[in-house]
Design a protein around this ligand. Structure first.
Ligand SMILES: [Zn+2]
Length: 136
């Protein structure tokens, strides 16, 4: 994940605080529309996940954290699928490759997706290498 500067972190923390309040007050569809309008750079959706995760107490169970949702809800509304600004709709890790093939700059969303994919691949490779070394 790219580092974000203090202004971006501040903006995302404000969005996170609003989302926390909205999740408790508004319907999921309205919240999805609001979030899509609030964060037009879809890479910010990814960053927001980390901002929110940093604010969750790690010493409480999921059930404790969501105890406020006492009334059983209907099936959850489908989340809006994030569409990158370039409109790419294929496999998330292939968007950057398609930008390169078209000779155009890689958008932030596709670049971040490719970096996340490569990090996961490298982690898998390192894990397998470590396992093979201990098995030998
Ligand atoms: Zn793209």
């Amino acid at each position: 994940m790219d580092l974000i500067d203090d202004d971006q972190a501040e903006r995302l923390s404000r969005v996170a605080a609003q989302l926390v309040a909205r999740v408790r007050a508004e319907d999921p569809t309205a919240n999805g529309r609001w979030l899509a309008a609030e964060l037009t750079d879809h890479a910010d959706w990814f960053r927001l996940a980390f901002v929110l995760a940093a604010a969750v107490p790690a010493d409480r169970t999921w059930r404790e954290l969501t105890a406020w949702t006492v009334a059983p809800l209907g099936p959850p509304a489908p989340l809006p699928v994030p569409v990158p600004p370039c409109g790419y709709r294929g496999r998330s890790d292939a968007g950057a490759r398609d930008h390169r093939l078209r000779g155009e700059p890689i958008c932030a969303f596709c670049g971040e997706a490719e970096r996340a994919y490569n990090r996961a691949r490298k982690a898998t490779y390192r894990t397998r290498k470590r396992q093979n070394r201990t098995a030998a």
